[in-house]
Write a protein that binds this ligand. Structure first.
Ligand code: MG
Length: 319
């Protein structure tokens, strides 16, 4: 009996001592260009993105979230909800929404941040407003949740800006404070256009910059620097080490430069992606199970690189 009581005490102490990134940092706030936590300290989130929900739904499960939050030490995960392709949100909102909410609820349980990503290239304002109204109503009171309202736009900044204003207003009518990520033209590479003509009148928004290190080199880092100098807060919600197609050879020298740039500027970053297509950026081997935990031989080279650097940095720098 005594032994049993001791075990219970030890377990309770262990649970009480466990504090994940959200318990530690609380609600996120944008201060100047910096993401800060509930005490006003800078915070850098590091994690991975799930692949397109319509093509890789098997990974959108609580066990995978648990593995990524604990074994991989991710402090942020991204649910990339496909919008336009056949079988994605527009052709069946309910199943895709369910995949997102499965990941969101597991992220809340595992005490990590989670990005709800409208993974679209086209503008679908009415549908996006309805979706984010639903998400804000369900999850706007959780500090875990981050809204990414437009993955990679291909329109003009004027069009993206108009869309963003409408969707942000819809979210803010329900949830006044959670972080919102805003896209920009050319798949989130035109942050210089944002810098010259940013959104006004909104708090707690950041702009997304996406890079693929074998394609995007110093010129895009320079655009990032230009934006930062003009007080534009940046969040790298998608990045990887190969070409922009997601395939081709890894350029680890360029990847290292980007990593250095993000860490020096304390910019949060999310690696693409948890999927198992025959391409360099898919982290999983096709025969790997969808639930985790995953061994090294379940992962492709990019998966091991991403996992190891996230794990190392989040351990060393305290996630
Ligand atoms: Mg809120």
């Amino acid at each position: 009996m005594k032994k049993f009581a001791l075990l219970i005490t030890l377990l309770a102490t262990g649970l009480a001592a466990y504090a994940g990134p959200v318990s530690k940092h609380g609600p996120l706030k944008v201060t100047g260009t910096q993401l800060t936590d509930q005490t006003g300290q800078p915070v850098v989130l590091r994690g991975v993105s799930f692949g397109w929900s319509n093509w890789w739904p098997q990974y959108y499960n609580p066990e995978a979230v648990h593995t990524l939050a604990t074994d991989w030490q991710c402090s942020v995960l991204r649910a990339a909800m496909g919008v336009e392709p056949e079988g994605a949100y527009l052709s069946g909102p309910k199943p895709q929404t369910n995949l997102v909410t499965t990941v969101v609820e597991a992220a809340i349980k595992n005490d990590v941040y989670v990005i709800i990503d409208w993974h679209s290239h086209g503008i679908r304002t009415d549908e996006a407003v309805r979706f984010f109204q639903e998400m804000a109503t369900r999850y706007g009171h959780y500090p875990n949740v981050i809204y990414e309202i437009f993955n990679e736009p291909v329109q003009t900044w004027k069009e993206v800006k108009d869309y963003s204003e409408t969707v942000i207003r819809a979210i803010r009518a329900i949830d006044g404070d959670n972080l919102i990520l805003v896209g920009n033209p050319h798949w989130d590479q035109d942050v210089h256009l944002v810098a010259d003509d940013p959104l006004v009148g909104f708090d707690n928004i950041m702009y997304t910059l996406h890079f693929y290190a074998a394609t995007h080199k110093e010129w895009l880092i320079e655009r990032g620097n230009y934006a930062l100098k003009k007080n534009i807060p940046l969040f790298v919600s998608e990045c990887a080490g190969m070409e922009a197609s997601g395939d081709g050879a890894l350029d680890l020298e360029s990847w290292g430069k980007w990593l250095h740039w993000m860490e020096t500027n304390r910019i949060s970053w999310v690696c693409w992606s948890i999927s198992s297509k025959e391409e360099t950026c898919s982290m999983m081997q096709p025969e790997a199970g969808p639930h985790g935990p995953w061994q090294d031989n379940d992962l492709k080279k990019w998966g091991i690189i991403a996992r190891d650097v996230i794990r190392k940095m989040n351990r060393e720098r305290e996630r």
